[in-house]
Write a protein that binds this ligand. Structure first.
Ligand SMILES: Nc1ncnc2c1ncn2[C@@H]1O[C@H](COP(=O)(O)OP(=O)(O)OP(=O)(O)O)[C@@H](O)[C@H]1O
Ligand SMILES: [Mg+2]
Length: 364
């Protein structure tokens, strides 16, 4: 076949993205085709950083191209990525592509630990990431990122004062812990906490982000309502541990997002503390709290199980010392990197298949 951009696109329209179940051309993923003699280069723009299917997609492209154009052509295929969004020209946070809420029913199941490691993992995959600590009465982000006592600066943009987030380990951070002394017992009334969260969303200079994670307090509080009333949330990740009590609460947490007045798509369930593993014997798994509770919860609601994170002593220690576990090589790093890839992928699938989330109207 004669080499032309048109002919190449026609061939590549036979290759599907296995996740999005559409062909690469329809998805607009083929860009910058350059033909020089019998050398052709082009970009495949995937929708998630470090897409696990990268090699499969590249090989499928090559196979179809060689079928149609013979073996004489030299193909240079560059696999790049651009995170997708369903948020267009939003008035709040216009340059943030995806807002992801991390929630649970029960307290202490590991929302903050998951949020922190997920944020660092996504940044390591090459994404631009921010994290809001929405737990106003019990902030944990400053400690978990080893930035306790740091104070964000304020600058003027036009006639508005904006807060510059603290950046650590490649992640932009905002927490009430940066604005109040660490050991002060500030008692926040509901409306004050809500207005603090609104400020974290609207008055912080987040800039361009692929993912802005929101680490929520436990349960179903005012803060959740404030969040969905302030900004359209792309999706929610539900964290649970495998015990019966945690699962019962996770049920409530999950159904809250499905209520018509909230209506945030649930991206899936993370089972934290899924089993105990001694780091020196990683093949030994002890199901202290029961087996596969998270999986059953996910099945019940027809959402994916995004990952199972073991209980490992170093996860707790690294949270306390401010060096997220995902930064050290080993089984915990693998678990969190896999989780980050799966979540990025679910976000891309959600953006390709569902319509945008609307801000919830405040009804008096
Ligand atoms: N997979 C894990 N392995 C070991 N320890 C863990 C793991 N996940 C969380 N922890 C520890 O459990 C405790 C509670 O975790 P975390 O603060 O993340 O929970 P949370 O759901 O955010 O709590 P809260 O509801 O109070 O916000 C912390 O000490 C944390 O280090
Ligand atoms: Mg927390």
């Amino acid at each position: 076949m004669q080499l032309s951009a048109e002919a190449i696109l026609k061939t590549l329209s036979k290759v599907q993205d296995p996740d999005l179940k559409k062909d690469l051309v329809t998805l607009g993923m083929i860009q910058k085709i350059k033909i020089e003699g019998n050398k052709v280069s082009f970009n495949v723009v995937l929708t998630t950083p470090a897409c696990p299917l990268k090699e499969v997609i590249k090989n499928n492209c090559l196979e179809e191209l060689e079928n149609d154009f013979g073996k004489e052509v030299e193909w240079d295929i560059f696999m790049t990525s651009q995170v997708t969004t369903v948020r267009d020209a939003a008035p709040v946070l216009p340059n943030v592509k995806n807002i992801i809420a991390i929630a649970s029913g029960k307290g202490g199941v590991g929302k903050s630990t998951t949020s922190v490691n997920l944020a660092v993992a996504l940044a390591e995959l090459g994404a631009k990431v921010g994290l809001i600590d929405a737990d106003i009465s019990g902030p944990s982000v400053p400690t978990m990122f080893n930035v306790e006592g740091e104070q964000p600066s304020v600058k003027k943009v036009g006639d508005k004062n904006v807060i510059v987030p603290i950046t650590q380990y490649g992640v932009k951070l905002m927490s009430i812990g940066f604005l109040t002394p660490a050991d002060s017992a500030v008692v926040w009334r509901g409306p004050m906490a809500s207005s603090a969260l609104r400020q974290f969303i609207s008055d912080v200079e987040w800039g361009e982000l692929d993912y802005l994670l929101i680490d929520l307090p436990p349960g179903t509080s005012d803060i959740h309502l404030t969040m969905v009333q302030t900004v359209p949330v792309t999706g929610a990740v539900i964290v649970t541990t495998p015990q019966k009590i945690a699962l019962a609460d996770a049920n409530k947490g999950l159904s809250m997002f499905r209520q018509p007045q909230i209506n945030v798509p649930v991206l899936g369930v993370v089972e934290n503390m899924a089993y105990f593993t001694p780091e020196e014997l990683p093949d030994n798994k002890y199901y202290l709290f029961g087996k596969e509770g998270g999986k059953r919860l996910a099945e019940k609601y027809g959402v994916p199980l995004l990952g199972e994170i073991p209980i490992v002593q170093s996860i707790r220690e690294s949270g306390d010392t401010g060096y997220p576990a995902v930064m050290k090589n080993g089984l915990t790093k693998d678990a969190y990197m896999n989780l980050a890839e799966t979540i990025a992928r679910q976000i891309a699938i959600r953006n390709a298949s569902e319509s945008k989330t609307e801000v919830v109207e405040i009804k008096a």
